[in-house]
Design a protein around this ligand. Sequence first.
Ligand code: C5P
Length: 220
Amino acid sequence: MVSVAIDGPAGAGKSTLARRLAAEMGYIYVDTGAMFRTIGLYALRKGVDPKDNAAVNTLLPEIGLRVDCIDGEQHIYLNGEDVSTAIRTEEAGMAASAVGANPEVRAFLLELQRGMTKTQNVLMDGRDIGTVVLPDATVKIFLTAAPEARARRRWLEYQQKGMEVAFEDVLTDVKQRDYQDTHRAAAPLKQAEDAVLLDTSDLNFEQSLAAMKKIIAEKV
Ligand code: C5P
């Protein structure tokens, strides 16, 4: 089975690019951020501080996570409820970043993530796919861009969805999430030694897509 690991900071374009590549290649797209967001969302709903590891850990046995692919789109279910849309808020993103620093949460999700690569070709995106989840991935790409470029893309996405968010707030969140994701002890965001670095700050979507295809074609 072929696995393509795509890591990088928030807003680098990982999910949009990976989704399109997966569709073109006939691979399954696995968005691991959605899993962390779902756990973050559950904590918020339960009134638990996502940063409180001990409290979040007591919730884990109550959480049933299922990931399904419908018409090429990943759907994520929290105890049977499709939360694919509910997890796409700044609040859930920040909660995801907080629970992502919790080693028990990471262990809880690891088997689910690895299991998905056993029987199907996958493109998996996240923060530690090339370093921890799939150290033997066929291809590893570290996708990044300047914070301002990433915040602008996120902000445009929100605009398109009709969500009113100030650009400055998105930029602050991007920087805070970068800091949290790179400075945590458990599986911090970092480029795997054997990953290819791709900076998309000055590339548009089609150019980024072409660059990724070139990197993948060299290994697959
Ligand atoms: O990719 P996305 O923005 O949806 O991820 C939300 C948060 O989940 C990230 O900021 C990161 O802290 C956490 N995450 C993680 N490991 C992954 C994927 C996401 O820690 N593999």
